[in-house]
Design a protein around this ligand. Structure first.
Ligand code: MRU
Length: 368
């Protein structure tokens, strides 16, 4: 996608041919800055501290993290150490493991320089695949938005989204936002309700930044406003992303997604989840019990960072000093609240059978 007319991906190999550059998302929306990663520790820190975030981009960064590790030491032991370090950075998004396993599989047989070259080639391939997958998700979701637009005889389609599942969460395009960009580009009138997504505000800071840069009409909402809008017919559909989806269609996504799904169900608003196959955890069947939910620092709840009118970036305390805070990163929306899963292969009901219809090679526990 473009910023000020220049096309960016969220991650790329620098001009030196080996170090890795990423858009530092902790500085957005007030500052567009690029961070350079030179070691596997840099990559692990970038994921943990959320310079990069969003399930597909976490996977892509981990892939390049392995490349950086191998440049320092291409032995099997170093590979295993780097794999474990990167896997431990964030527990909920399963794309991380998918990526690390794909990398390990692709480079295991090689050694020395050939292993390093194979690693960079595999990381680049995973990134290219992510871009193509997101493009297809966009096309499949676009058909749904087009249908709603036709049903509304061209009146604006109002879409609610939570967190950031746009191009900043992926390598390019995004998952939940890809259909919206395509609809806008096609001339369909769309307007996006952007949940601010406390505590880190990925909606207010990242989704709003992306949509604004692309010229898509949008409005930022406090997280608790969605139910009211749905009751008053102001939301035609919801589209969110996901960090891990079980084989039965239960969806883990940014905390607060579940409440939006409940409100959508109560008000007859279609609730779609957009995802690449790399986000499906075929080993799990009960998302509420089996998906590990990341717990992050309470400081993200008690403090907030923003820009003063003088242009200074400051962090302030916003809650009663000394009060404890809980910070669950994600929640799980049971499949029964999900209208459909928008994937690169098409749209399926959120169920085991629905997913297996799209991914028949998984029917008998088949390979990835
Ligand atoms: O904590 P984050 O910012 O990594 O959470 C991101 C989300 O919850 C996204 O909705 C999800 O990763 C899907 S991204 C295509």
């Amino acid at each position: 996608m473009k910023i000020d007319g220049i096309h960016y991906r969220t991650i790329w190999v620098a001009d030196d041919g080996w170090s890795v550059e990423v858009i530092d998302q902790t500085r957005l929306p007030h500052e567009f800055a690029v961070a350079r990663l030179e070691t596997v520790e840099d990559a692990a820190r970038a994921i943990k501290d959320m310079l990069v975030r969003g399930a597909p981009l976490i996977g892509a960064t981990a892939a390049y993290g392995l490349c950086l590790a191998l440049r320092q030491d291409a032995s099997d032991e170093a590979l295993d150490r780097a794999y474990d370090m990167l896997l431990a950075t964030r527990p909920t998004a399963v794309n991380l493991k998918y990526s690390l396993d794909a990398m390990r599989g692709a480079i295991r047989a090689a050694s020395g320089n050939a292993r390093i070259e194979a690693a960079y080639a595999c990381a680049a391939r995973l990134c290219d695949e992510d871009v193509e997958i997101c493009r297809r998700i966009g096309e499949n979701g676009l058909r749904i938005i087009r249908g709603l637009s036709e049903a509304k005889e061209g009146k604006t389609v109002n879409i609610l989204t939570h967190c950031n599942a746009g191009w900043l969460a992926c390598v390019d395009w995004g998952t939940a936002l890809a259909p919206i960009y395509m609809a806008h580009d096609e001339g369909i009138a769309v307007h996006v309700w952007v949940d601010e997504t406390r505590p880190r505000n990925q909606g207010a800071s990242l989704s709003a930044f992306e949509l604004g840069a692309h010229g898509v009409p949008h409005t930022i909402l406090p997280d608790n406003a969605g139910g009211h809008l749905m009751q008053h017919g102001q939301v035609d559909m919801c589209i969110v992303g996901t960090d891990r989806t079980t084989a039965t269609g239960d969806v883990a996504n940014k905390i607060g997604t579940y409440l939006k799904a409940l409100a959508a169900d109560a008000n007859g608003v279609p609730f779609y989840v957009a995802l690449p196959h790399t986000t499906i955890d075929w080993d799990l069947s009960d998302g509420v019990r089996e998906i590990e939910i990341e717990q992050r620092s309470p400081r993200e709840v008690t403090h907030m960072t923003g820009r003063t009118e003088e242009g200074e970036i400051v962090t302030v305390e916003i809650s009663a000093p000394g009060s404890p805070a809980a910070n669950y990163g994600f929640d799980v929306t049971p499949a029964r609240y999900v209208t459909g899963l928008i994937t690169e292969r098409g749209v399926a009901p959120a169920s085991r059978e629905g997913l297996l219809t799209l991914y028949p090679e998984r029917r008998h526990g088949g390979s990835k």
